[in-house]
Ligand binder design. Structure first.
Ligand SMILES: *Cc1c(COP(=O)(O)O)cnc(C)c1O
Length: 432
């Protein structure tokens, strides 16, 4: 399978180049030359397959001979080692739990897989790799965890000072060894801008072997399609709608991959918080990025979603075409609190603020189509305990913290503070 940049469809590269470069030279994002499709017989066999088996087959279609199959199996076994179960709230409402990984969020799928893929490519003889990653909260800890202790790879995580939760900060500042947390005085958009700038800086490019681990990396996106395919395997004869709490639109893009591969998902809901640029884009047809604002679902606080460029490409820039597959609705913090409370009281399920936004999107969609024969799946992207203050406030009672979160909370924070000037970051990286 060849890969190309969303800004130049005539210039191809290998999967390895796409993964190690993260972003294309022209600033575009990598996409496979086509989205592979499943054979009908394979789709029919899905109910008998495990998440790992589905992951292996799907990955092999995107990667083909660039990673030998025994090696790809090993990569899947080491990275997709936790489950993504669908739990039922009611006949119509299901929850796809994506928080069973080491940092309790869906980004573990992408980060673990990407780390193992990069480890494989680096061990093929490349020089030490430097990973730069901007995080609005959950990416950083997932990436840090994926790469922790991986030989030949150093990771620098940029996060906005004071704008991630205490638990998130602890998760990304308490690893050591090859992981360094950079606390940026600015917003997530500043962090993302700094990383993007670093990749186009000639000086840095020649002196360092830089790579990205954001959701822009194609190796983060591919594994995120695995759990959608796995989730619908028991609903192959139903009309399925999946609601995805969205920020940078990586998770949604991976879902669209799954749909284009042939998995019967009728509709996606892109549920956004007050950072509703994508919702506005679908309704107005014009894209106006803006500064992000802080909300309870802070991993979705993105004012300029990178993966829009991929979605536009997949739909030939045709917004009407997009709207056939995707609806989008936006909710503020007040709605989010009420939804957490509602899900708890109605279904006895403790949902996190991101999942709550997804739930609201699904509910609105069901109302708008006035149909009872579609089944809705909300992607629950994080464990509720990661947002304990908000969730406890909403349901007015204490919740339990899983052990793997408690362990990080007891450790000491280690970060390096930098301002949001690119020159500061550049000098810092060159001094390392
Ligand atoms: C990153 C994240 C999101 C948003 O996903 P995108 O791929 O950026 O749209 C939603 N929920 C949680 C918990 C996240 O960490």
């Amino acid at each position: 399978m060849k890969y190309f940049s969303t800004r130049n469809k005539n210039k191809f590269c290998t999967f390895k180049e796409a993964v190690l470069n993260g972003l294309a030279d022209d600033g575009g994002l990598f996409l496979p030359e086509f989205i592979p499709t499943f054979q009908k017989s394979y789709l029919n066999s899905l109910p008998n397959l495990s998440l790992q088996e589905i992951s292996y087959h799907t990955a092999s279609l995107f990667i083909e001979e660039e990673i030998p199959s025994y090696k790809l199996k090993e990569i899947i076994e080491k990275s997709i080692y936790f489950d993504a179960p669908v739990v039922s709230l009611s006949e119509q409402y299901k929850i796809l739990e994506l928080f069973h990984g080491p940092t309790l969020a869906f980004k573990d799928f992408g980060a673990q897989f990407m780390a193992r893929v990069m480890e494989y490519f680096v061990h093929q003889g490349d020089k030490e790799l430097i990973i730069l990653v901007a995080t609005s909260g959950d990416t950083g800890s997932a990436v840090a965890n994926g790469f922790y202790n991986v030989d030949g790879i150093k990771v620098f995580i940029l996060y906005p000072s004071g704008k991630v939760s205490n638990i998130q900060e602890k998760q990304l500042t308490t690893l050591d060894k090859n992981i360094t947390a950079l606390e940026i005085e600015g917003t997530f958009d500043d962090c993302q801008r700094l990383v993007k700038q670093a990749f186009v800086d000639e000086d840095l490019k020649t002196k360092l072997n830089l790579s990205s681990a954001n959701s822009i990396n194609i190796a983060r996106l591919i594994p995120q399609s695995f759990y959608y395919i796995n989730a619908v395997k028991n609903f192959l004869n139903d009309k399925i709608v999946v609601s995805v709490p969205s920020g940078n639109l990586g998770n949604l893009t991976a879902g669209l991959f799954a749909k284009k591969m042939g998995v019967p998902i009728n509709k996606f809901i892109a549920a956004t918080n007050s950072n509703c640029v994508f919702t506005d884009y679908l309704s107005s047809g014009s894209f106006s990025p803006r500064n992000s604002i802080l909300t309870y679902s802070n991993a979705m606080d993105v004012g300029n979603p990178s993966n829009l460029e991929r979605i536009q490409y997949l739909y030939n820039f045709n917004v009407e075409q997009m709207k056939i597959d995707i609806s989008s609705f936006s909710y503020d913090d007040g709605n989010t609190l009420e939804a957490i409370k509602e899900v708890f009281e109605k279904f006895n399920y403790i949902i996190d603020p991101h999942g709550a936004v997804g739930y609201l999107g699904l509910k609105k969609y069901f109302k708008s189509i006035n149909s009872k024969d579609e089944i809705g799946i909300v992607a629950e992207t994080a464990h509720s305990a990661k947002f304990i203050d908000i969730v406890e406030k909403a349901i007015n009672q204490k919740i339990e913290i899983p052990k793997r979160l408690k362990d990080a909370l007891d450790k000491e924070k280690k970060s390096i503070k930098l301002d949001n000037e690119f020159s500061t970051l550049k000098n810092f990286l060159l001094s390392k």
